[in-house]
Design a protein around this ligand. Structure first.
Ligand code: HEC
Length: 98
């Protein structure tokens, strides 16, 4: 019974579609501003991430987190966020005008 409940829980959490929470997205995105500029509009050599596609950004962030992609900073930074938070952040930047 216990296993069944755990399995059910896993199934539910997988099928749960994350809804966009604009306030949370904005709050979390502030931690990126120090390097990527306000709203991701970088004016330095750090990549310009404003308006980046949501799916591609989310996948990129997951790749950094899982070590599939490496960089100087990013893999350390993303480890502080849950996958759901990274998805909110990706939503946020995708909605910023380039
Ligand atoms: C300490 C500085 C720093 C912070 C903070 C930071 N980044 Fe980055 N980011 C970088 C650098 C530098 C790169 C280039 C790859 C590398 O060297 O890690 C990069 C690369 C990226 C890329 C890949 C861009 C591309 O076109 O390949 C994405 C997406 C990204 N960052 C998103 C974010 C998000 C979202 C946050 C906030 C959660 C964030 N970054 C916070 C420095 C930072």
């Amino acid at each position: 019974m216990k296993k069944f409940i755990i399995a059910l829980f896993c199934l539910c959490s997988f099928s749960y579609a994350v809804e966009y929470d604009a306030l949370q997205g904005k709050m979390l995105s502030l931690s990126c501003a120090s390097c990527h500029g306000t709203d991701g509009k970088s004016t330095t050599i750090t990549p310009y991430i404003a308006g980046m596609g949501k799916t591609i950004m989310y996948q990129t962030l997951l790749d950094y987190k899982n070590g599939k992609r490496t960089g100087t900073m990013m893999q350390k930074h993303v480890k502080g966020f849950t996958d759901a938070e990274l998805e909110q952040i990706s939503y946020y930047f995708s909605k910023v005008e380039r």
